[in-house]
Write a protein that binds this ligand. Sequence first.
Ligand code: SF4
Length: 167
Amino acid sequence: MNGDEDDIGGVHIKYLLHCHRQLWLYSRGYRPESRNEDVAFGESVNDTTYRRHHEVDLGAAKIDWVTVGAIVHETKSSRRPSPQHDAQALHYCLLLARRSITVRGAHVHYPLIRRTTKLAWDTAARRSAEATEEHARRVIAAATPAARLPRSSCRGCSYLDYCWGES
Ligand code: SF4
């Protein structure tokens, strides 16, 4: 396995689908996440909802837990399922598949609304995950960050101070 294949984690994928500038900043080590209340809330939901499970550490990516099959499990504190969450879960499937693990799919859990999104891991899903990862690499490789999103799209972003602090 090529070590470089592991440098894109779930956070990279999440930021790619929200804001290319966010991904670019994150990839360069600027990470103010610890000050973001939404992140802290998400971590507390993870900690209290599925306490018996063990995280799977793949370096840049940390999977909430994996069950036999293999099924990737991801827990979200959000009340709204989103394509970002699905893309993250499929990225984790890709990372496991590259380790020659037979992957069947991913379950994205939303404990606050008692819902689970079930995703199959098939040829189309793998192609989609590979294309998403490649897109992230292109954004990261850019010499300069992308332009800011409209301010209305920045609510809750950890980089608000950096992007909008002077305005
Ligand atoms: S504050 Fe807005 S423009 Fe800046 S990284 Fe966050 S979402 Fe993107």
